[in-house]
Design a protein. Structure first.
Length: 311
């Protein structure tokens, strides 16, 4: 059932205004924690930004029309530079405004940049509400395929993903699942060939980007795995050999030791976050992309990264 928003109704719920101004002191409470109950949009804006003056009132209007099912937190980037810097380091693209990030269950669920027309803002929020409050038509099949994959029935999962991808050729999640099954069945070459044949829009999707990152990490990891001993010897001789620690993390990830891999990178960040243009943090973000936002290793490592960046 589609979610219908009526922009002509200011706040149908009759409750408190779902639009607030936020800052770096209340960000965790107003956005991260609040998003565990209801989707939260964060509008990053600036007083000097012309498009912001058009977009912000539009978002406010559509959010209020949602009747309390979504909230909006507005962040002035000039007044909250430390927060912007921290979020940028965690992978949020805030190099330009306006940027709007949607948070759900404590994680970033979607992003858009630029001043979209009201119809596109409405569509963006409706899609977010569907993700938060209901299932898409293909969700049951994808859920079944994921269960089979987790049970290591890769052939069974592949059949479902392949059928769904044939029915919905633009379904990035189904295509990504299909590629992951091929990789698990030692058909990495076929998976790469399939991904290379996708159009630019699908290649840019988060799901497909994650699988491509997984393949790249696997290739790098295979090359590094034979050097476990070398990396450990280098670190024993010099604990600040950050290059060796990062290479060790790549090798650990290839061996499916995700927690150990992330811990190695967190240790490198703790020792010298700025080393080699923040190479350890960037490698950790690449792990997150490959593992997925909901992976236990990602969630644990994100908490560790937040503790380092927000301390």
């Amino acid at each position: 059932m589609d979610v219908i928003l009526d922009p002509n109704q200011p706040n149908p719920s009759g409750g408190p205004d779902p639009v607030i101004d936020g800052d770096q002191k209340t960000f965790m409470q107003d956005v991260v924690e609040a998003s565990r109950q209801v989707p939260v949009l964060v509008d990053f804006w600036a007083t000097w930004c012309g498009p912001c003056k058009t977009l912000t009132p539009t978002i406010e209007k559509v959010v209020r029309a949602a009747g309390g099912r979504v909230r909006l937190v507005k962040i002035d980037i000039d007044k909250n530079r430390q927060l912007v810097q921290q979020l940028t380091q965690m992978g949020l693209p805030l190099q330009s405004v306006p940027t709007v990030a949607a948070f759900w269950q404590g994680q970033i669920a979607d992003i858009f940049q630029g001043a979209l027309p009201e119809s596109e803002v409405k569509k963006f929020i409706e899609n977010l509400l569907k993700v938060a409050g209901g299932q898409m038509p293909s969700a049951d099949l994808i859920g079944e395929a994921k269960e089979l994959f987790e049970a290591q029935d890769f052939s069974g999962a592949l059949e479902i993903y392949a059928a769904l991808a044939q029915q919905e050729p633009e379904n990035a999640e189904a295509l990504a699942g299909l590629a992951r099954c091929l990789i698990a069945l030692d058909e990495e070459g076929q998976a790469k060939e399939m991904l290379d044949g996708l159009d630019a829009k699908l290649k840019a999707s988060a799901e497909i980007s994650a699988v491509r990152a997984q393949i790249e990490l696997a290739e790098a990891g295979r090359a590094a795995q034979s050097k476990f001993g070398i990396f450990e010897e280098r670190l024993a001789a010099d604990p600040d050999d950050h290059e060796a620690r990062i290479e060790l993390a790549v090798a650990l990830n290839a061996a499916d030791k995700r927690v150990e891999a992330s811990q190695a990178l967190l240790e490198a960040i703790k020792r010298d976050r700025a080393w080699n243009d923040e190479a350890a943090r960037k490698q950790l973000l690449k792990f997150f992309e490959a593992w997925g936002l909901d992976d236990p290793a990602t969630l644990k490592a994100r908490r560790g990264l937040s503790a380092l960046l927000f301390r």
